[in-house]
Design a protein around this ligand. Structure first.
Ligand SMILES: NC(=O)c1ccc[n+]([C@@H]2O[C@H](COP(=O)([O-])OP(=O)(O)OC[C@H]3O[C@@H](n4cnc5c(N)ncnc54)[C@H](O)[C@@H]3O)[C@@H](O)[C@H]2O)c1
Length: 320
């Protein structure tokens, strides 16, 4: 495996970014980790004190230039984003600046400073509603339902273009519904898993609900798998030109089943308010992970049951 000397992690105080920093530093203890986050949705307490942290925005050109010039990162892991779908509906312009221009700014700095590889966090939301299951990267034409889907999608061809025009090595990872320790359940973006656990362990923060008949299914992917896919993308000896890879579990679960698992593992009864089906909500998601298996050597390392138990332990240990 490669042993990176210096990496830059954007969004290092967020749910996925902070899990990534923790696991990356355990695997590569000698690597220097530089982080940037404006703490707009990220949390100070999720920051690893061992990293070199810059509080600021990826839109701040001077700051980005300073970081790249000073630290010369070999790899860039771009997690920073405003990923709440409803935020992107309410604030399409500002979220587009962060989610699109922010990505292009980092690609440009990576190109100028000869970064070895740029790993982009994309989303399964770039697939639309009428998708063929399991969802394959090569099928299902882009069919956005929200500004967020467009914003995340646009980063992918930008990665490809930077590879083709400037020779910057870029990889795009399309994460499916990610859950795990570090995901607070009181935001509109939380998975049902963390929202339901929040309602069980912090009932003041959250009232649990379910939309529709509960037979909709999701490819829930534990955050360890997402971190692992990023590490594999770093290690790969291939040359990437914006290749897109699904990162999921490949095994979708219906929400009614999730409820049973949550009740079984917590020993608590979930009382769910029934709400109507959300407009535009995708009925089923299921990642085809064959390409990531074949080319990155990816396979999920934490399955749903183990991931749920780990997440419950985190909720139990949380003070507030
Ligand atoms: N969580 C999921 O299920 C999921 C699924 C698909 C894709 N993704 C993608 O993965 C990435 C990480 O998502 P997450 O769930 O950890 O979200 P998150 O909100 O927990 O983390 C995003 C981080 O980016 C930071 N940020 C926002 N705007 C910034 C700016 N202008 N400058 C610097 N930092 C800024 C936030 O403060 C936050 O810490 C995002 O790119 C998201 O689109 C997440």
């Amino acid at each position: 495996m490669v042993s990176p000397k210096t990496i830059l992690v954007t969004g290092c105080a967020g749910f996925i970014g902070s899990n990534f920093v923790k696991q990356f530093s355990q695997r590569f203890p000698k690597a220097k980790i530089i982080g940037i986050d404006d703490l707009s949705t990220g949390r100070k307490d999720a920051l690893d004190p061992a990293i070199t942290f810059y509080k600021g925005s990826i839109l701040d050109e001077k700051l980005i230039e300073k970081i790249f010039t000073k630290h010369k990162p070999e790899y860039v892991f771009h997690f920073a984003a405003l990923p709440r779908v409803f935020d992107t509906i309410e604030h399409p312009r500002h979220t587009s600046e962060v989610n699109i221009i922010g990505t292009v700014a980092l690609l440009e700095a990576s190109k100028n400073h000869r970064v070895k590889r740029f790993v982009y966090s994309s989303s399964s939301l770039v697939y639309g509603n009428d998708t063929k299951l399991p969802m394959k990267e090569s099928e299902n034409a882009f069919d956005p339902k929200y500004p967020y889907s467009v914003q995340k999608y646009v980063g992918e061809p930008f990665c490809k273009i930077f590879s083709e025009l400037f020779g910057l090595d870029t990889v795009c990872l399309r994460y499916f519904t990610v859950f795990g320790p570090g995901q607070y359940g009181d935001s509109p973006y939380s998975t049902v898993i963390c929202a339901w656990l929040e309602s069980l362990y912090f009932p003041k923060n959250k009232k649990a609900f379910i939309t529709g008949d509960g037979n909709q299914s999701r490819d829930f992917c534990h955050v360890n798998n997402v971190v692992w896919a990023n590490i594999l993308a770093t290690a790969s000896k291939r040359r990437f030109v914006g290749e897109v890879f699904n990162v999921g579990s490949g095994s979708p679960i219906r929400l009614n089943e999730v409820k049973k698992f949550v009740e079984k593992y917590t020993g608590k009864q979930l009382v769910l308010a029934r709400l109507p089906k959300r407009i535009g909500d995708v009925r089923h998601t299921c990642a085809d992970i064959a390409k990531a298996k074949r080319l990155l050597g990816y396979k999920p390392i934490t399955d749903f049951g183990a991931g749920l138990k780990q997440t419950i332990e985190w909720f139990k240990a949380r003070r507030a």
